[in-house]
Write a protein of this length. Structure first.
Lengths: 116, 93
């Protein structure tokens, strides 16, 4: 906890702001996971956390470590690239699986298949 | 003064992320169907990654970064495998 005091004021302020923005957006996304009615509405909510939420927390981490260690610390970019690549893949797989399950059971709230 | 503000905001961010993880756990336990539970697990993994990053900022050690990377990786593999299972009933065909 003591090394955080070595950060200059502007870096500390920016890190705090980015952290609060990121965690607040993630909380909003997870609350949406609770409050939406159907699965197809729910699948949109957590993407708030996987894009801007984790993005601003990674920016805060990069900023804090770069200023603390007096060099450019960029290894958080790895997580950012990884999240950007994997989130659409997993959510698309999941949505397609849910569509397949709902259609094969003949549920009502599923969008119809477009033929032709 | 500003450093104290940073310490407090790290704490607040951790609390917010913990509440977000609790929401995801609720969706895993409650979710009416299997795909809701899988979505909850995915959200839980992403939130855990962020919580580990905030721990890293708090202690100023880069050790937490590797753990966050591994958790993000495991989350991707878990969700992809579970979605495949929901689609086909088999993970490896």
């Amino acid at each position: 906890m003591t090394h955080l005091a070595e950060l200059p004021d502007w870096a500390a302020l920016l890190t705090a702001l980015l952290l609060l923005i990121g965690s607040g957006l993630t909380l909003i996304g997870s609350l949406g996971l609770l409050r939406f009615r159907t699965f197809y509405q729910r699948i949109h909510a957590p993407t708030l956390g996987t894009t801007l939420g984790i993005g601003s927390i990674l920016l805060a981490s990069m900023l804090a470590f770069s200023v603390l260690e007096l060099r450019l610390v960029l290894h958080e970019v790895l997580i950012a690239v990884f999240m950007v690549v994997t989130t659409p893949i997993t959510l698309m797989l999941l949505a397609r699986a849910a569509l397949y399950r709902d259609r094969s059971e003949g549920n009502d709230e599923v969008p119809p298949t477009t033929s032709g | 003064m500003i450093a104290q503000l940073l310490v407090w905001s790290v704490l607040v961010a951790q609390i917010l992320l913990a509440v977000a993880m609790a929401c995801a756990v609720f969706r895993v336990l409650r979710g009416p169907r299997a795909q809701d539970r899988v979505l909850g697990v995915d959200t839980l993994y992403v939130n855990a990654t962020m919580l580990l990053l905030t721990f890293g900022i708090r202690t100023a050690s880069t050790l937490y970064f590797e753990a966050a990377l591994i958790i993000a990786l495991l989350g991707f593999v878990t969700t992809a495998a579970l979605a495949k299972f929901l689609m086909r009933g088999e993970v490896i065909e």
